[in-house]
Ligand binder design. Structure first.
Ligand code: DCP
Ligand code: MG
Length: 423
């Protein structure tokens, strides 16, 4: 006799729920953790010099950063120099200032906004932290840069409740409790819509979009809101009298192909209809591996050459060990320097074979170093190996000789001129 099971109908496949999470005013929010007394004030981040903080903290060296009075912070109108704003607090955005705007223009719009430099290391530290908090709750996470990720909610327990809102709230709360930072989350049937939705309720908002909402919530938006329609495509769309996503959706697919090419036209049509089946990719093959270090004090290439040389050699050894441990070889070796004025210089060189040994990395990185000006003090130095392949996938280079711990260090006339030949 055939046994009957209480449930013979297979459970329907769960509906795809994809979240896009984006931190709110990220660089500025990181500064507010250090200076909570500035909360609510208009602040712009930019200028690229840490001097501001240093001056303030020297003057108030007797108290912690959180007790420095707001009046001690520099105002945008007093800012001299060029540079652009990387971000602004929401209070500052009310004056019309925002990312990528020149400091001078911003100073006209919001003269009394405070201006602070960005602390990249702190930003990166929080970036790593908020991503690991998310991964503990929902493991399928795609890293999209310093302050945003996609998360696949579909199979996460509770990920379908209220279309994903419950899980989004949980993640928001965990990040806030553990870092003090806020973020905004959009949950939708796919990445494309989720990315748009995360902006709907910024800051500290959640927005849930279902497939049936596309017409009401997506079609009224400007064409530029589609991630993948840039300024050039926008100009062309405007010339064709298409301004909203709905305008694109109303066009014949073939007409879009005729005007924008086979792939882009078809993609645009799908995007306007909210169709996107790209998966959330948890781990991509690394493009490069690098190690860098910021010095405790700024170092000079000539005066601190022994110290710098040792650090440099050590970084090369670390990159080599990373490559070997993870099983990669690479053929482009590069360096990165950050000067005391925060400018960055990079150089690289591609060699004719794949390597992963410290000695070759050191040798080629040393050559790169000869091609950068070294007359300013350095804050940071980094070594990178790119054009990676899996070690087994390419013909192996001949085994490297036992790494020589001491490298020739000769001062030359070039070094005296500020160009280094020490490494
Ligand atoms: N950023 C930058 N230069 C830009 C844009 C952004 O350096 N032109 C940096 C500063 C931002 C961070 O990247 O803090 C994240 O960028 P977002 O576009 O997500 O902007 P915010 O997080 O600052 O603000 P929002 O709340 O709108 O996401
Ligand atoms: Mg952001």
């Amino acid at each position: 006799m055939r046994r009957r099971y209480p449930c013979e109908v297979p459970a329907p496949a769960p509906i795809r729920r994809i979240a896009h999470l984006d931190m709110d005013a990220f660089f500025a929010s990181v500064e507010l953790l250090r200076y909570p007394q500035l909360k609510g004030l208009p602040i712009v981040i930019g200028g690229g010099r840490r001097r501001v903080d240093e001056i303030i903290s020297q003057k108030y060296s007797d108290r912690p950063p959180s007790e420095i009075p707001p009046a001690a912070f520099p105002l945008l109108k007093d800012y001299v120099g060029r540079g652009v704003i990387t971000t602004a607090t929401y209070a500052a955005r009310q004056f019309g200032v925002g990312s990528a705007m020149g400091m001078m223009k911003a100073a006209k719009l919001a003269p009394d906004a405070l201006v602070l430099p960005v602390d990249f290391e702190e930003v990166r530290r929080y970036s790593r932290q908020f991503k690991s908090i998310i991964r503990e709750i929902a493991p399928v996470v795609e890293d999209r840069g310093v302050d945003e990720v996609y998360i696949d909610f579909t199979e996460v327990p509770g990920g379908q409740r209220e279309g994903g809102r419950v899980l989004a709230r949980l993640i928001q709360k965990a990040i806030h409790e553990q870092t003090g930072l806020t973020c905004s989350i959009g949950v939708a049937p796919n990445k494309l819509i989720a990315k748009m939705a995360s902006e709907f309720n910024k800051p500290n908002g959640i927005s849930v979009v279902f497939e049936a909402d596309v017409q009401a919530k997506i079609w009224p938006l400007a064409v530029r809101k589609i991630n993948g329609i840039g300024p050039k495509a926008e100009v062309k769309l405007h010339k064709l009298h298409l301004h909203t996503i709905g305008d694109i959706a109303a066009q014949d697919r073939q007409w879009l192909v005729d005007n924008f090419g086979k792939a882009y036209g078809a993609w645009m049509h799908d995007a306007a209809w909210g169709r996107d089946d790209r998966p959330v990719v948890t781990e991509s093959e690394p493009v490069s591996m690098s190690r860098e270090t910021t010095f405790d004090r700024d170092l000079h290439a000539v005066r601190d050459r022994a110290e710098l040389g040792a650090i440099f050699t050590d970084l090369c050894a670390q990159v080599a060990s990373d490559l070997q441990r993870k099983g990669y070889v690479g053929k482009t070796i590069g360096i990165k320097l950050r000067y005391d004025d925060f400018r960055i210089a990079t150089r690289d060189q591609t060699i004719d074979r794949y390597i992963c040994d410290a000695r070759t990395i050191r040798q080629v990185a040393g050559q790169c170093l000869k091609r950068v000006p070294l007359d300013r003090r350095l804050r940071l130095i980094g070594v990178r190996v790119g054009k990676l392949e899996k070690a087994g996938a390419v013909a192996q280079p001949p085994a490297a000789k036992e790494a020589d711990a001491t490298y020739e260090m000769q001062g030359t006339a070039e070094a005296a001129r500020g160009n280094l030949d020490l490494f």
